[in-house]
Design a protein around this ligand. Structure first.
Ligand code: FHN
Length: 597
């Protein structure tokens, strides 16, 4: 766009802004008079489809797809959609990208069909990201796809229509933070211009949310800036619900960024929690939450990000999220030409093939009843229990520890019936006799039809036949912000992201009196080694210092010392930090207690 074009845009922008601001202030005045959201007695009914969906598509698309991670011949740091900030692009130079935005390959119907075929029940697209550019026709600004680009088509409207035709619920992402709008700031004269900006946002949200075909979800973001307040968030939530009473609004409408630790404490506005790029260790039962995740490392398209997660890893993440009662919002970042990158399409098709066989174990299920399963995750649906087995037993035997229900029938989804050995003698729990070979490299699913809703009471962990007590990462109860189970190497779960010095990993155990050598299978880097740890079991404890092992993925057996138990009994093994952390305490795969004579 030439200088004149920019002047026109700025001039018209100012005029339009003033007109809209006046109109919006009138509207906002009316809306602020609204009686807040409609009564939420229907919350469960309103959230019903969302809770059953379990899996959706996130789309980050905008002007940033044109530079695709590079500016002036230099790769920009960070994710693609942040290039304006991270490459320090002058505002008008960035806005000039609009004159080049002409995604001829954009095909809304194909995108909606791709989501549907992947087993995704809803789709959320960035109607306006932090850069302020709107993928929809807005009377409140000319910085939108209709007025500022040669493309001149309303992408949000087209995609919403296509989603309705394909039976996929439609949602819009809307960034509160706006790098372009002149009123999104505290005036250096002390004047708070945010009310003008809030009026602008409300005018746009009214445009987006009015009408029978309004989006089913508003996914707010950019709430963490100092200009935004909890009060404004509560008001914006009420405003959205007053325009579209059945709309579902995420918790980033207000000061909600809660990752994991905020789960139970947060009481702000918004209908569900939004952990990002991570799966919470232990979300409180009955909590509505959704993990959003990239397929590589970026939300908005970069043409230099090859770090694509394998489809099997994404399927396991979906299984874990569903097993914990959450939704999985998996991101694609289309190119400047309007194409979804081939690696994304390949992964979506692979997930779709897996869900075509195993979808009944994901969609319309609730969180499974196990806390200590080391074979994978579980979901429930009525009197059916699904075991989503990510670590298939090598001997084909899977003891469903803790399951007190009677198993009336069992089968591998997409495979054979399964024999169930009833508890007898040393076998205390139902034992499934499985095919030796796993039915799927990502996760096999065993459907158990029970004599009623799953009745599970998991016992303390006891030593194996050789007397060794093995405590796996996947079976741990975790506390601490961000601490989680991940797979750093060899596809074996480990406890990681242990940066909270008050975090802990614990396991309920029962074992006999005697002396036990405590060993930790751990990993740490040179930079992070040296943090103190303690392993406690009642009054018995050993402590030590985390050694360097050569990297977060290089696990070694580390002898912590010998604990002596004066009497047999049940207790809890706890691993925690001792003193300040240098960075992260350790990555921990398992704790082993071996009897010593
Ligand atoms: O800054 C944004 C980022 O660009 C992206 O949109 C993610 C997706 O949830 N949200 C913010 C970072 O938390």
């Amino acid at each position: 766009m030439d200088a004149r074009g920019r002047r026109v845009l700025r001039g018209e922008h100012r005029m339009a802004r003033f007109a809209v601001a006046m109109a919006s202030l009138i509207l906002a005045g009316a809306s602020l008079a609204c009686q807040g959201p409609p009564p939420d007695a229907d919350r469960d009914e309103r959230m019903g489809w969302w809770r059953e969906a379990r899996f959706g598509m996130f789309i980050h698309w905008g002007l940033y797809a044109i530079p695709a991670g590079e500016w002036g011949g230099t790769p920009a740091p960070g994710t693609g959609e942040w290039i304006q900030r991270n490459a320090r692009i002058p505002a008008d130079d960035y806005a000039a990208l609009a004159s080049r935005f002409n995604p001829r390959r954009f095909d809304a119907r194909a995108w909606a069909r791709l989501a549907r075929d992947a087993g995704m029940k809803y789709l959320v697209i960035t109607a306006k990201h932090h850069d302020g550019f709107c993928l929809f026709d807005s009377a409140a600004t000319r910085y939108d796809v209709i007025d500022a680009t040669p493309f001149g088509r309303d992408i949000v409207r087209e995609l919403g229509e296509a989603c309705r035709e394909e039976g996929v619920r439609f949602g819009v992402y809307y960034s509160i933070w706006d790098w372009r709008h002149p009123d999104f700031r505290r005036d250096d004269g002390g004047l708070d211009r945010m009310p003008m900006y809030v009026a602008y946002m409300k005018a746009q949200l009214r445009e987006l949310l009015t009408g029978d075909d309004a989006p089913a979800v508003v996914w707010f973001d950019g709430e963490w800036t100092e200009e935004w307040t909890e009060e404004r968030g509560q008001d914006l939530y009420a405003f959205c619900r007053s325009i579209s009473p059945r709309v579902i609004v995420n918790n980033r409408v207000s000061k909600a960024r809660d990752g994991m630790a905020g789960f139970s404490s947060y009481r702000g506005a918004g209908d569900y929690h939004t952990p990002e790029q991570e799966i919470p260790a232990r979300p409180p039962p009955g909590t509505d939450w959704e993990t959003c995740m990239t397929m590589n490392d970026t939300w908005g398209y970069r043409d230099d990000d090859p770090n694509w997660k394998p489809a099997a890893a994404l399927i396991r993440q979906l299984a874990e999220v569903a097993g914990k009662g959450g939704n999985f919002l998996l991101n694609v970042g289309p190119t400047g030409e309007g194409e979804i990158p081939a690696p994304s399409v390949e992964r979506l098709r692979a997930i779709g093939r897996w869900l075509a066989v195993h979808g009944e174990a994901i969609h319309a299920t609730s969180a499974g009843p196990f806390r200590r399963a080391t074979w994978g995750h579980a979901t429930v649906k009525g009197s059916t229990l699904y075991l989503l087995v990510t670590d298939w037993p090598r001997d084909g035997r899977l003891e469903v520890v803790g399951l007190r229900s009677r198993v009336l029938g069992a089968r591998v989804l997409g495979g054979p019936e399964v024999e169930t050995l009833a508890p007898r003698g040393p076998i205390r729990w139902p034992m499934l006799v499985l095919p030796i070979d796993p039915p799927d490299e990502a996760a096999g699913v065993i459907r158990l039809d029970l004599d009623g809703p799953a009745d599970v009471e998991e016992p303390p962990i006891t030593p194996g036949p050789g007397g060794e007590l093995v405590l796996h990462a996947a079976a741990a109860d975790l506390t601490g912000r961000g601490i989680r189970v991940e797979r750093k190497a060899d596809d074996i779960p480990n406890i990681g992201a242990w940066t909270d010095r008050d975090g802990s990993a614990s396991w309920p155990v029962a074992l006999g009196a005697g002396a036990y050598l405590v060993e930790l299978e751990l990993a740490s880097t040179d930079g992070s080694a040296g943090s103190g740890y303690v392993v406690e079991l009642g009054a018995a404890r050993v402590e030590g210092v985390v050694p360097a092992t050569g990297g977060w993925e290089r696990f070694v057996a580390h002898a912590a010392g010998v604990v002596r138990l004066p009497a047999e009994g049940a207790g809890t093994v706890v691993v925690r930090a001792r003193g300040e952390l240098k960075h992260a305490l350790m990555n921990l795969r398992r704790v082993t207690l071996t009897p010593v004579r």
